[in-house]
Design a protein around this ligand. Structure first.
Ligand code: MN
Length: 284
């Protein structure tokens, strides 16, 4: 199933993308929740009921006019992995890490497909990073690597927008500050449930800036695979349904180019991942 969150006059509504429409799941079956996070928490049973509800739509939205939020606009946690593609670690002049590099963003940074990335006036070096995002589908702590993939509820296209001057040139190299300005976490358009993604470790991932390809790689280049990441992260804290995990970016970011390329007003950034869709955001 392909899940979206549509912003409506009644607030955010969980919908399924189905036959060219967004179908409001709670309107179709009042026993279903109106948030994607709560739907994920119901597990396979909830998704089965959501699938059945598609046969009796009551409220639907036209994708051409609908305003999308991030598929999960209200996660408890947004966890990000840095330096998770071998070639990107090399272009950043950083050693290949022997454990995952973690940082975080806040939900205040989330925007959906079509929403505007706002360049902060206090940064002159805002960069782009195409990323696969996986979404936690069930609660877990100290999850064994062998069981970890069963904790993934789905996948989405993500963009880890990064202010390099704040990330790297402040005392103590403050990754959090550089990574979580408002609008710096576009995700979408859809959350594609795990059953529809045959192999998340073999997906082509690309970023185009104003139509020009800047990044073009494959998730087969991960240093830490998703199951390793879940086992590692869940040693630290409990993972909850709806938690979002950014999995790092491949080579080709603006910082590593000669001359360097920074986002500027009027740009359009597109991230595309095989089978998951295209996430497009203007820059202002
Ligand atoms: Mn990143």
């Amino acid at each position: 199933m392909r899940l979206v969150t549509v912003q409506t006059e009644q607030g955010p509504r969980a919908c399924a993308a189905w036959q060219g429409r967004y179908i409001d799941l709670n309107a179709a079956d009042s026993s279903l929740p109106s948030s994607v996070k709560a739907l994920l928490a119901l597990g396979h049973e909830g998704l089965k009921r959501a699938q059945l509800a598609l046969a009796t739509p009551k409220i639907t939205y036209d994708p051409a006019n609908a305003r999308l939020l991030a598929p999960v606009p209200d996660p408890q946690k947004i966890i990000c992995m840095g330096l998770n593609y071998r070639d990107h670690a090399a272009e950043s002049n950083m050693a290949i890490p022997d454990e995952p590099v973690l940082f975080s963003k806040y939900a205040s940074a989330l925007i959906g497909h079509g929403e505007t990335i706002r360049l902060p006036s206090v940064s002159n070096e805002v960069d782009f990073e195409a990323e696969l995002v996986f979404v936690i589908g069930k609660r877990g702590r100290d999850i064994p690597q062998s069981e970890a993939m069963s904790y993934v509820g789905g996948y989405a296209v993500g963009h880890d927008v990064s202010a390099r001057d704040w990330q790297l040139n402040k005392p103590g190299k403050q990754w959090m500050a550089g990574k979580t300005f408002d609008t710096f976490a576009p995700i979408g358009p859809e959350l594609v449930t795990s059953d529809e993604v045959a192999d998340p470790h073999n997906l082509r991932i690309q970023l185009r800036l104003n139509g020009q390809t800047m990044q073009d790689s494959n998730t087969s280049q991960f240093i830490f695979r998703i199951d390793e990441a879940i086992a590692y992260i869940s040693q630290i804290f409990t993972l909850e349904p709806g938690d979002l995990v950014f999995t790092g970016t491949p080579p080709g970011v603006g910082m590593a180019r000669k001359p360097q390329v920074w986002l500027k007003p009027g740009d359009v950034a597109e991230v595309e991942i095989d089978g998951l869709g295209v996430l497009r955001n203007p820059v202002a």
